[in-house]
Each structure stands twice: as structure tokens, then as C-alpha cells.
Design a protein around this ligand. Structure first.
Ligand SMILES: [Zn+2]
Length: 314
């Protein structure tokens, strides 16, 4: 198998799609909407990844669908699998087991067709506790990176960070592991700056400076809207860009689907067509985006459409 750096050097790399929302739709994950005020970051186990031990066959099946669609990278379902977040869902003591199982299942589906990336995301502690949470955040992200390295992921994807300060901590933890890193921020509630106030171009420079092999954006917007963020990053850095847009329609005033009134219980009504992912594949090729996949709402049909777009543009 080629490394992620070799794949990136050879041209656009096709990633996978979103897991938690797709598995929620299939009945295997609880959206948590009945337990907390969604979007506040204050609730319990909203969209947590215990499906890796509760319903491993469902996760394996979804990974396999992405491989069939053409994914060359599978993300282990370790999103929101830090000890603190899992504790709020009642799975804190299973942190090691869940991270290890998620990597093992992804590897089984990947075989020699795809690389396996460990997914690391925001802890939500900055949103709940403010900057004083930094040391706790470092401890939690450091622990998860160590678990993923021990489970022998090929590289790390740091994703869905709303704040650059928390992303910096994640990059610091990732550097210690020696694993290659793709780093993507999620822009909410604005496209023009992170929630701690940093513009995309500056974010890109900082993430490259902190060692990321590719930088970009994931989640929250549909492809066409995310392109604005990626173009702003493009002028600032020379490394490959990475993009994993959501498959939900947002608006100029609310350019992030998790702030739309339809989240999470009416998402079907703002689902975009897979054709928009095919168009994004074309655009990605033209604009030199090196890593493309999908995030929330993007199942295998979307990844197949994205693959078609990437190929059509050659
Ligand atoms: Zn997402």
C-alpha cells in the first residue's frame, strides 16, 4: 500500500462519507435529540460511536459500501471517542475498546484497497468550559491519539474542530505520535472565521506550520458553499487541500447545517442531490484539491458520484 503522502502526491485521493448520521438513519445510533438541546454542546451522548462495539456488523457493512464506491481512505469511526465525550453517553470505561474496535473494523473492510485513518475531533470542552479547559483537552486528545497509534492506523484525520486553538492542541498531540496528519476545520456559524475568530487563510498557514500534510474544511456546508473556504485557504498554503463537505443545504444566513432548524430531526428535508457531489468532484480536480470525501449526509451513493466527478474531469 502507498502511504497517504504518496497518494496525495499522485493526485486527488477519494475519502469516504459520513458515518454517524447514516448509521442513525439505519437505526444503530441515537441522535440524542431527545436527551439534550442539540447544538449547545452541553448534552450527553449525542452521536457517539459505541456502534463499533454494539453493532460492529453495521459499521463493517457501511465501510464496505464506501470501498465499493471507490474510497481509498476509510476513517475509523473514532469521531467523538474521547473519554470525556464517551463518558457522557455512559461508555467512558470502554474508551480503549471502542477506539480499538473501530480501527479493527475499518481495517477489515479496507483490506489492501484503502488506508485507515483515525478520526479525532473536538472535545466540546472549549465550548462548555472556555479556555481554562486547554489542559484537560490536551490530556483527552493525547490519550485518544495514543490509542489510535497503538491500534496502528495509517494516519490521522483531525476534523470538525470549530476552534483553531483546540486544533493546535490536537496537532501538538498528533505530532508526538509521528503519524501523518490531515487537518480540517468546520466553519460555524460563519464561513469567514472559526468560532474563535480566525480567517480560513490564517488557519491554513497555522495548521501547515503545526505539521499538517494537508489542510482544509469538513462538515457543516454543502460542497458549493465550502468551496469559498477552500479557495481562501488555497492562496495561503502550498500543501494539498482537503475537503469533506456535508450533504445538506444551508443558507447565506445560516451556512452550517447543525444550526439549521432541520437539525437533527428533519434533515431529510434539506438533503442535497448526489449530483452536487459529482459536480464537486469536477471542481475539486480543477481547483487542485488533493483529498476529497463527504461528511454528514454523504452515503456511498454520494461517494460514487464524487468518484465519477473526479474521473470525468481528467
Ligand atoms: Zn459531518
Amino acid at each position: 500500500m502507498k502511504t497517504i503522502q504518496e497518494l496525495l502526491a499522485a493526485g486527488p485521493v477519494l475519502g469516504d462519507g459520513g458515518y454517524l448520521i447514516e448509521l442513525e438513519r439505519r437505526g444503530y445510533v441515537d441522535s440524542g435529540s431527545g436527551r439534550e438541546k442539540v447544538g449547545t454542546g452541553r448534552g450527553s451522548g449525542q452521536f457517539t460511536p459505541e456502534v463499533a462495539i454494539e453493532r460492529p456488523e453495521a459499521l463493517l457493512g457501511l465501510h464496505r459500501e464506501f470501498v465499493l464506491a471507490g474510497s481509498r481512505v476509510l476513517q475509523a469511526l473514532t469521531f467523538f471517542a474521547t473519554r470525556e465525550k464517551l463518558s457522557r453517553a455512559g461508555y467512558g470505561e470502554k474508551t480503549e475498546v471502542i477506539n480499538a474496535a473501530a480501527v479493527r473494523i475499518a481495517r477489515e473492510a479496507a483490506g489492501d484497497e484503502a488506508l485507515v485513518a483515525g478520526s479525532v475531533s473536538r472535545t466540546q470542552l472549549f465550548e462548555r468550559e472556555g479556555p481554562s479547559a486547554a489542559n484537560h483537552v490536551r490530556e483527552l486528545l493525547g490519550e485518544q491519539v495514543d490509542l489510535l497509534a497503538a491500534a496502528r492506523v495509517d494516519f490521522l484525520i483531525l476534523e470538525t474542530f470549530f476552534r483553531l486553538d483546540e486544533m493546535r492542541i490536537a496537532l501538538e498531540c498528533a505530532r508526538k505520535s509521528g503519524l501523518p496528519v490531515i487537518a480540517t476545520l468546520s466553519f460555524r456559524p460563519e464561513l469567514a472565521r472559526t468560532s474563535d475568530g480566525v480567517a480560513p487563510a490564517e488557519c491554513a498557514r497555522v495548521m501547515v506550520g503545526e505539521g499538517a500534510a494537508a489542510v482544509g474544511a469538513n462538515c457543516e456546508q454543502e460542497p458549493a458553499r465550502m468551496l469559498h473556504i477552500l479557495r481562501a485557504m488555497r492562496v495561503a498554503v502550498d500543501v494539498p487541500l482537503a475537503a469533506q463537505p456535508a450533504a445538506f443545504r444551508t443558507t447565506e444566513t445560516t451556512p452550517c447545517f447543525t444550526r439549521m432548524p432541520e437539525f437533527p430531526d428533519a434533515l431529510e428535508t434539506i438533503q442535497i442531490a448526489r449530483k452536487e457531489f459529482e459536480d464537486f468532484g469536477l471542481a475539486a480536480r480543477k481547483e487542485g484539491i488533493g483529498f476529497v470525501g463527504g461528511c454528514c449526509g454523504a452515503n456511498a451513493a454520494y461517494i460514487r458520484a464524487l468518484a465519477a466527478g473526479l474521473q470525468a474531469s481528467v
